[in-house]
Design a protein around this ligand. Structure first.
Ligand SMILES: Nc1ncnc2c1ncn2[C@@H]1O[C@H](COP(=O)(O)OP(=O)(O)OP(=O)(O)O)[C@@H](O)[C@H]1O
Ligand SMILES: [Mg+2]
Length: 253
């Protein structure tokens, strides 16, 4: 069975998509068959992998409304072992459509269960505690929580942890926090280091050993339609995500 990891934080712009894309890339590079599910109507993971959204035959919207299976809409990427389930802004309408639908919380889980086997499935969640995010939490065994190393980093996390608790209690008792990943670290600044200490204090034993540095290459790579490892593999950002992917492999055993 695939190991399913939801990359989740309801705060916007903390590095969810960057983490999901680059960790998926390095898991694939390590020989693990990996499916990245773009589960955000912004479709950033889809465009960041150079996919033309106009030309898609199917997206996560059709999967969520039951018009397509996940199998039908998965496309290969330029990278060996790495596939993508794309998303477009249409997924936002789908979410509204599903508001009263039956089994609306378990649709992603069902879709994943009917899928041919992958070693890893990485879900890029939207910046909200929405129906989509909850579907991700119910479908996943693990949450990977990116936290931006800035002053407000921990604000709002209580709400996410509360949601995880509810999901565990009602739908998915096995849901586990895989780890907290500090992102956009600037280790030269006192603030970044203070926040890192704060994060470690809040999540003892859960913080990844390789915080992601602020690195321009990480921000540039999506405009070239590739993960950073295929854009500048010697950059600090690339090396950091490679190390985190290795830690992910260690942590899931
Ligand atoms: N370590 C980093 N160094 C520099 N820039 C980064 C880094 N991580 C992410 N970025 C940039 O910061 C912005 C936000 O990152 P990203 O899109 O990954 O966050 P997100 O949490 O997925 O956002 P959203 O909540 O909107 O989905 C992007 O422009 C991205 O390229
Ligand atoms: Mg994103």
């Amino acid at each position: 069975m695939a190991t399913v990891i939801a990359v989740t934080n309801q705060k916007g712009g903390v590095g969810k998509t960057t983490s999901a894309v680059n960790i998926a890339f390095f898991l694939a590079k390590a020989g693990k068959t990996t499916l990245l599910i773009d589960f955000d109507p912004q479709g950033n993971a889809t465009s960041g992998l150079g996919v033309d959204k106009q030309k898609l035959e199917g997206t996560m919207s059709e999967v969520m409304t039951g018009k397509s299976t996940l199998q039908d809409i998965v496309i290969p990427t330029k990278h060996k072992n790495m596939s993508l389930a794309p998303a477009t802004p249409h997924l936002a309408n789908t979410e509204v459509e599903l508001a009263q639908a039956e089994q609306r919380f378990t649709r992603l889980k069902k879709a994943i269960e009917s899928l041919d086997d992958y070693d890893f499935i990485i879900i890029d969640s939207p910046p909200s505690l929405s129906l989509l995010t909850v579907n991700g939490l119910i479908a996943a065994q693990y949450v990977l929580l990116p936290v931006q190393a800035e002053f407000y980093a921990l604000e709002g996390l209580g709400q996410l942890l509360e949601t995880m608790k509810l999901v565990r209690k009602n739908m998915n008792p096995g849901l586990d926090l895989l780890g907290v990943l500090p992102t956009m670290m600037d280790s030269r600044t006192t603030l970044s280091n203070q926040v890192l200490e704060e994060i470690k204090k809040h999540f003892p034993g859960k913080v990844f050993n390789h915080p992601i540095p602020r690195n321009i290459r990480l921000a540039e790579a999506p405009s070239h339609g590739v993960p950073v490892g295929a854009y500048d593999r010697f950059s600090k950002g690339s090396r950091a995500y490679k190390a985190v992917a290795k830690e992910v492999l260690d942590r899931v055993g």
